[in-house]
Design a protein around this ligand. Structure first.
Ligand SMILES: Nc1ncnc2c1ncn2[C@@H]1O[C@H](COP(=O)(O)OP(=O)(O)OP(=O)(O)O)[C@@H](O)[C@H]1O
Ligand SMILES: [Mg+2]
Length: 379
């Protein structure tokens, strides 16, 4: 994409190019080193810090693009091995489709279980893959075929599996052990396993009783340091004839503890609020926050309408508290008219599981800063 086609240089929700991506050079180098030395990587960090972005940035590096086939599979929405195989197969096919290599030609030959879904577009004559979940009858067989296919690749492959902790939720038993065995046998591919549930991921890779034990180098991801982000944001403003006081960037970074998604959302809005030739001042921060929250109000309402009342009331109590400590104490329960310690406990457990609440060293907070403010002040 050409640079000038982008109206707002603070890109949220997708990866465009180096230019709109802040730093992460050490992390990219670390990944490169591990992959080049034949080690798989487990990338573990809280949500919205930038795991997926980092992987895409790594895949976009010239040497990586030239020397490897890269595949990015997000399994967040999958609930079974069948869906896993389906998602992986589709990603491989979609990536290879535009290429004209001998290896690509072999796709349907080697993955015969996918052949049912192979159709030629009646208009253009180009091959397309139109498999449904139901077409994958025996997921293990399809998986064997996919890995056998990868082993025939004309270049080594890197397969990133995003939200990897999800395999722990699959309906089939022993998926971890099964995948581990198959991955281990795969000579031509290396893996990056990314995930945000620290306990589950850590347990998968660091406990001796688990199949993936010590099979990958663990890597964490910290927020982008404030001084580096500040330079990045200032430059993006100035390149387009707008200006920003460094105080604004510092305040935002601190308000959102450096969580990349929230910081980028705020900068995107502030950029939009600043006219050409003008300077963005700290006084504009609250308007930007308000605009973002109101733009998402409908989705917050939808979310609440799907939440059981017991969880809703605890969620709001935590939001009002900001950082909630001792949530099962009599004081907290009384302050927010909650039922009992045990009902608070069971509600919080579910809120944590669904990523609505997060646990820090100092207590609980509503994970999404914007939702938290909306719950505490508007709802
Ligand atoms: N280095 C960066 N520079 C600029 N923007 C970034 C950077 N890293 C991430 N982002 C932006 O921040 C947002 C969140 O990043 P990303 O989706 O990679 O986080 P994540 O850790 O994978 O989150 P989740 O666990 O929710 O999947 C993305 O929308 C992306 O646009
Ligand atoms: Mg992600």
């Amino acid at each position: 994409m050409k640079e000038l086609e982008i109206n707002n240089p603070f890109v949220v929700g997708k990866y465009l190019s180096d230019k709109y991506f802040c730093d992460r050079s050490e992390e990219t180098e670390f990944l490169r080193k591990q992959i080049q030395n034949g080690r798989d990587v487990a990338l573990i960090s809280p949500r919205r810090i930038g795991k997926s972005g980092l992987i895409q940035h790594f895949f976009n590096q010239k040497d990586i693009r030239e020397n490897y086939h890269v595949f990015f599979v997000d399994i967040y929405a999958t609930t079974s091995l069948t869906e896993f195989v389906y998602t992986l197969g589709k990603e491989i096919y979609e990536q290879l489709k535009p290429q004209t290599t001998v290896w690509r030609e072999k796709f349907f030959q080697m993955i015969s279980s996918f052949r049912v879904g192979f159709k030629l577009d009646t208009m253009t004559g180009t091959p397309g893959l139109d498999i449904g979940l139901g077409d994958i009858q025996v997921p293990q067989t399809s998986l064997d075929e996919i890995f056998a296919y990868i082993d025939e690749a004309d270049k080594p492959c890197i397969i990133a599996i995003d939200e990897f902790q999800q395999i722990g939720e699959y309906t089939e038993k022993n998926v971890e052990a099964l995948l581990r065995t198959k991955i281990q046998k795969c000579q031509r591919a290396q893996f990056i396993f990314a995930g945000s549930k620290r306990h589950i991921m850590s347990n998968m890779f660091n406990s001796p009783s688990k199949p993936f034990y010590q099979s990958a180098i663990s890597m964490g991801l910290e927020p982008i340091p404030i001084n580096i982000y500040s330079k990045f944001a200032t430059t993006l403003f100035e390149e387009r004839g707008k200006y920003i006081e460094s105080e604004v960037i510092e305040q935002i970074w601190l308000q959102f503890k450096g969580y990349t998604w929230f910081v980028q959302m705020m900068m995107n809005e502030l950029y939009a609020l600043t006219a050409e030739g003008q300077t963005c001042h700290p006084s504009m921060i609250s308007e930007a926050r308000h605009n973002i929250i109101m733009a998402q109000e409908q989705s917050y309402k939808d979310l609440l309408s799907n939440l059981p009342p017991k969880q809703k009331i605890v969620l709001q109590a935590i939001a009002k508290e900001g950082l909630a400590q001792n949530i099962t104490s009599a004081k907290f329960i009384k302050k927010y008219n909650l039922n009992s310690a045990s009902s608070v406990q069971s509600a919080v457990k579910l809120l944590l599981k669904n990523d609505l609440v997060t646990q820090t060293d100092n207590g609980y907070r509503v994970y999404d800063f914007f939702l938290s403010e909306w719950l505490a002040t508007i709802y």
